[in-house]
Design a protein around this ligand. Sequence first.
Ligand code: AMP
Length: 211
Amino acid sequence: MKLIFLGPPGAGKGTLADLAVEKLKIPHISTGDLFRAAVKEGTALGVKVQGILASGGLVPDELTIALVRERLAAPDARSGWILDGFPRTIPQAEALESFAPADQVVNFEVADDVVVARLSTRRVCRACGKIYNIRSMPPKVAGLCDACGGEVYTRDDDQESAIRTRLETYRRQTEPLIAWYGARGRLVTIDGVGEPSLVLERFDAALAGAR
Ligand code: AMP
């Protein structure tokens, strides 16, 4: 199954993808995680995108499309994937359609005030990328990842000014994809507000209904 998770930053796409891949046995591919790994490793791509990520803007389509195309060609992506954070523009969606069309697009609906509240309390493991929230899903030991013991930190782009930029970018560049995929008959929308286990139930029901 080839799935796209669509929705604003902080909609819970990454958290839900981590839960869903355990059941579906397909990889969770997050372009944000791929870019952050490149920054951390100091690769040529990482050097190029570091400032863009910190500001909350979008990496140019050509770079992003090339990265995804290469990742989807890996052996573990043969039987399916969950794409989280891609596509984010119509040209990215058109490109994906040409080399790996998705079966279903899941749109997570979450209001702006919920997004801002979630992102300002979100924390992420620097080593493995596991997502926490200091209010609703804190690590067992403050500052340390439950899964790998890595440092749990606040992403640069989860600072308030970048959060606003990312939301504006989402509304302008990414939200049009809802109508784009809707017109192609592959969109299901679910309410993204609530405990992850509840959102997972809605996700399962939406997928069963879409089949
Ligand atoms: P995310 O982890 O999905 O919130 O992504 C973090 C950042 O990575 C975004 O704010 C963008 O700067 C960059 N990024 C991730 N995915 C894309 C994409 N599909 N197109 C352009 N930039 C992206």
